[in-house]
Design a protein around this ligand. Structure first.
Ligand SMILES: CC(C)(COP(=O)(O)OP(=O)(O)OC[C@H]1O[C@@H](n2cnc3c(N)ncnc32)[C@H](O)[C@@H]1OP(=O)(O)O)[C@@H](O)C(=O)NCCC(=O)NCCS
Length: 213
């Protein structure tokens, strides 16, 4: 058994398949969602791969002797990132995963349907969040790398990079049911904004009270 700590390192283009794999293995509120998708790449097309392609300097991975098992991905300017995806990422995916007819939709899992829906109708960050906290992130570790300090190390490394690149703040959303992740984000020092159906976490890099400084 290997108990060497994972190394935290910069993303390389040949890590892209690992981003896809880790994404689907954690896509069911932190649990393995492989069985919920006809194509295991579907969640990674939305939540992981485009960051590796368009913001590679804001992708950091955790790797141990068994390989890459975790990542944090981010966009520096969420609005600009949305525009880039609209131009260079979603069109090919819309052609590859057309919106299903009602008959076809009835055969799909809810996860599959909402992923296809997200490709055709992507998320847009609100004006208030984009202005004050322009960057956003997603973080995922497979079980063998969880609860060993790797999440904290990935966040710390990312925050350093975001600051270096001039970000003024960071926001992200967490599913209401993902209590474990919520506990982690609170513990590592993010601030929670009031919200009803989702958790919204932020950090303001301009404030001296900000964690991770
Ligand atoms: C959520 C996740 C990123 C956390 O990373 P992790 O490596 O397991 O967490 P760490 O070991 O780095 O924990 C960092 C700190 O948070 C604390 N912590 C972790 N989970 C916690 C929880 N649920 N409640 C309270 N504290 C928690 C740890 O005790 C540790 O405290 P310390 O550094 O002061 O000793 C990781 O478990 C994960 O990827 N889960 C599956 C995918 C997922 O849910 N991603 C988030 C989607 S929004």
């Amino acid at each position: 058994m290997d108990f060497e700590p994972a190394s935290i390192r910069a993303f390389r283009p040949d890590d892209l398949d690992d981003l896809y794999r880790i994404c689907v293995q954690t896509a069911d509120v932190g649990q393995d969602a492989t069985a919920l998708f006809s194509d295991p790449k579907l969640p990674g097309h939305i939540y992981a791969a485009p960051y590796g392609v368009f913001q590679p300097s804001l992708v950091i991975v955790a790797e141990d002797a068994s390989g890459v098992g975790g990542y944090v991905v981010a966009a520096l300017d969420s609005r600009a990132f949305e525009e880039r995806l609209e131009r260079d990422w979603w069109p090919a995916l819309r052609a590859r995963y057309p919106e299903p007819t009602p008959d076809l939709a009835a055969t799909m899992t809810r996860s599959q349907l909402s992923a296809i829906e997200r490709i055709h109708h992507p998320w847009h960050v609100s004006e208030d969040l984009a202005e004050r906290y322009p960057s956003h992130l997603h973080i995922n570790l497979v079980p063998r790398l969880q609860a060993k300090g790797n999440g904290r190390r990935l966040i710390t490394a990312l925050v350093t990079r975001l600051r270096e690149q001039g970000s003024t703040g960071l926001h992200f959303f967490v599913a209401q049911r993902n209590e474990r992740a919520v506990g982690f984000y609170r513990r590592v020092g993010f601030t929670e904004l009031p919200a009803t159906d989702v958790h919204i976490f932020v950090t303001d890099f301009a404030s001296p009270a900000t964690p991770h400084s």
